[in-house]
Design a binder for this molecule. Structure first.
Ligand code: GLU
Length: 424
C-alpha cells in the first residue's frame, strides 16, 4: 500500500474547496497553517523499573471561532503530521457543527504493549505506566491548555479514565478546580451523561437521515461496520434501533458476517468479554477489511484513517457511507466514489456528535448544572439532522460530493470569522 501523508491529504482537501469557493491563495495559506504546535518530552517507567522517554504533541490549528478543541490519541505510530491533519479536520468539524470552537488535536507515541496491556488485559503494571504517560503528557502541555484556551478530549485509544488523569494533573498544576478544561470525563467527574454514546449516535442519525432522503427510509437497510470500538458499537446499536439490519462487523482481529443480520447486543457483549467480535457465535468469519467491500446499503468505517484508497474504492458497493472514523477515505478514493454515485457523509459531520457532546459537557461544567442525557441527545440530534439536510441541499453545487459541500459550509464560516477579526 502506498504511504499516505495525512497532513498532505488535509491540505489537499482544503485547497480543493478553497479553489472551488474562489478563496485566494494567501487566504488558503492562512487557513492551512497552524497557529501553534506544542511538542513535549514524556518520560515513563516500564514495569521492570526502566526509564523511557516518548514524545507528545498538541497541534493548535485555528482559533478564529473560539478556543482550540479536539481529542488526544495514543498510538505507537502517532506522527506530528497526523496530529496536524487531525487538528485541521477539527477546525472544520467544529465550524460545521456551529460550535464556538477552533480546531486542535493531540497525540502521544505510546508503545503497543502499554496500550494493549492497560486496555485489553487490565494489567495493573501497564495501567500504572499508562497513567504515568497521561500525567506527564498533560503536565507538559498544561501551560498551553485551558477552559478558554484549548480543551482536549479522547480520541483513538484514550477514554474517560485517561481524561480523569488529565483533569487531575491540570488541577494539581494550576491549583484551580476547573472542570471544563477536558471533556468526555467520567460522569462522576462532570462528564456529559450522553457523551460516551454521542459519536456513534451522530454516525447513526446521519446515516438514517441520508437513507430517508436517498433510499426511501432506513427500515430493513443493510449495514456493515469496520471497527468496533466506542463509535462503531454505538453506531451499530442506534442503527439497529432505527430498524436497519447490521450484517457485518469487524475489528483489528477479524470480523463476522451474516446476511440475515447480527445481534448487536451479543456483539457488544462478545467484544467486551473476549476482546474481539471474531468470537461471535454464528455468522461467517471474514477479514478486518471485508466489511468495506460487502454488498450493503450503508457502510460505516469506524477504525483508522486511509482505509479506502484509490486501489480499492472501486470495490466499495455501499450506497451511503457514514464516516465514524476520522479520514477513512483518501481524496483520490473520494473522486472514484462520487463518480459511482456513492453518497459520503463526511467525518466532520458523521462523527461530530462526539465534539457536540463535549461542547455540551463544557457548558454544563461552566454553569455547574447537569442537563441530563435526554437533553444532550436531543441537541446532538437536532444539529445532525439540520446539517445532513444542509449538505444534501448543497451537494449538487459540488457534483454530488457531500464532503465538499460540508467543507464549503465549514470553511466559509472560518473565513468569515477571520475577516471580521481583521486577520485576513
Ligand atoms: N476525538 C473526537 C473527534 O475527533 C472528539 C473531540 C472532542 O470531543 O473534543 O471529534
Amino acid at each position: 500500500m502506498t504511504q499516505i501523508n495525512p497532513r498532505e491529504v488535509a491540505s489537499e482537501q482544503l485547497k480543493k474547496i478553497c479553489d472551488k469557493l474562489g478563496i485566494e491563495d494567501e487566504v488558503y495559506e492562512m487557513l492551512r497553517q497552524h497557529e501553534r504546535i506544542v511538542i513535549v518530552k514524556v518520560p515513563y517507567h516500564t514495569p521492570d523499573g526502566k526509564l523511557h522517554v516518548t514524545v507528545g504533541y498538541r497541534a493548535q490549528h485555528n482559533s478564529a471561532l473560539g478556543p482550540y478543541k479536539g481529542g488526544v490519541r495514543y498510538h505507537r505510530n502517532v506522527t506530528l503530521d497526523e496530529v496536524k491533519a487531525l487538528s485541521m479536520r477539527m477546525t472544520r468539524k467544529n465550524s460545521l457543527a456551529g460550535l464556538p470552537y477552533g480546531g486542535g488535536k493531540g497525540g502521544v507515541v505510546v508503545p503497543k504493549e502499554v496500550i494493549e496491556g492497560a486496555r485489553k488485559k487490565h494489567d495493573p503494571a501497564r495501567i500504572k505506566t499508562m497513567e504515568e504517560i497521561s500525567r506527564n503528557y498533560f503536565r507538559a502541555i498544561s501551560p498551553f491548555v485551558g477552559v478558554d484556551l484549548d480543551i482536549p478530549a479522547p480520541d483513538v485509544y484514550t477514554n474517560p479514565q485517561v481524561m480523569a488523569r488529565f483533569l487531575d494533573e491540570y488541577q494539581r498544576y494550576t491549583g484551580q478546580k476547573v472542570f471544563g478544561v477536558v471533556t468526555a470525563k467520567p460522569i462522576e467527574l462532570g462528564g456529559g451523561r450522553f457523551r460516551g454514546a454521542s459519536t456513534g449516535r451522530s454516525t447513526a442519525v446521519a446515516a438514517r437521515e441520508a437513507a430517508n432522503a436517498l433510499l426511501g427510509g432506513i427500515e430493513g437497510k443493510t449495514v456493515s461496520i469496520q471497527g468496533f470500538g466506542n463509535a462503531g458499537q454505538y453506531a451499530a446499536k442506534f442503527l439497529a434501533e432505527f430498524g436497519a439490519k447490521i450484517v457485518a462487523v469487524s475489528d483489528s482481529k477479524g470480523g463476522v458476517y451474516d446476511p440475515n443480520g447480527l445481534d448487536v447486543e451479543k456483539l457488544i457483549q462478545v467484544k467486551k468479554e473476549t476482546g474481539s467480535v471474531v468470537n461471535y457465535p454464528g455468522g461467517k468469519k471474514i477479514s478486518s477489511d471485508e466489511p468495506l467491500f460487502l454488498d450493503v446499503d450503508i457502510l460505516v468505517p469506524a477504525a483508522l484513517e486511509g482505509v479506502i484508497t484509490k486501489d480499492n474504492a472501486d470495490k466499495v458497493k455501499a450506497k451511503i457511507i457514514s464516516e465514524a472514523a476520522n479520514g477513512p477515505i483518501t481524496p483520490e478514493a473520494d473522486e472514484i466514489l462520487v463518480k459511482k454515485g456513492t453518497f459520503v457523509i463526511p467525518d466532520i459531520l458523521a462523527n461530530s456528535g462526539g465534539v457536540i457532546g463535549s461542547y455540551l459537557e463544557r457548558v454544563q461544567n461552566r454553569i455547574m448544572y447537569r442537563y441530563g442525557a435526554e437533553r444532550e441527545k436531543k441537541e446532538i440530534e437536532k444539529k445532525i439532522v439540520e446539517n445532513v439536510k444542509k449538505i444534501l441541499d448543497r451537494k449538487d453545487e459540488f457534483g454530488g460530493d457531500g464532503r465538499m459541500a460540508a467543507y464549503a459550509i465549514a470553511v466559509e464560516r472560518v473565513v468569515n470569522a477571520m475577516k471580521l477579526r481583521g486577520r485576513i
